[in-house]
Design a protein around this ligand. Structure first.
Ligand code: 5GP
Ligand code: ZN
Length: 112
């Protein structure tokens, strides 16, 4: 996946501001933050969209990493939002699966 922006981050070709990393997951600050804390959590293995999620393992890894980062960023108690955009109508722009972790301000509902 030489053309994928987030794969380039996993490969270390592009260096984002990493906040968490383990064997399966990389997490870094969004370049255009929509909240005081806006972190993207991605699987190291290229998966284009949520529709391509093969099984429960990767979902669990992403979700658990998000909760770890939420604690690390001091968001756990006050609250935060986890969001995945899937395909065009979901607002997905980068086609490497990623979870948005947003916090540090009051979230509103419904989202835009
Ligand atoms: P999507 O709309 O696909 O769910 O979200 C893509 C996210 O990636 C956007 O929030 C956007 O700001 C972020 N993004 C796009 N390019 C870069 C980049 O080069 N570096 C970082 N850190 N984030 C990026
Ligand atoms: Zn990729």
């Amino acid at each position: 996946m030489s053309d994928c922006l987030f794969c380039k981050m996993v490969a270390g070709v592009i260096k984002p501001e990493v906040v968490f990393e383990d064997e399966n997951v990389l997490a870094f600050r969004d370049i255009n933050p929509q909240a005081p804390v806006h972190v993207l959590v991605i699987p190291k293995r290229h998966v284009a969209t949520l529709n391509d999620l093969g099984g429960h393992e990767m979902a669990g890894q992403l979700m658990l990493a998000a909760t770890t980062i939420a604690r690390q960023e001091g968001l756990a108690e006050d609250g935060y939002r986890v969001n995945i955009n899937c395909n065009k109508k979901g607002g997905q722009e980068v086609y490497h699966l990623h979870l948005h972790l947003l916090g540090g301000r009051q979230m509103t509902w419904p989202p835009g």
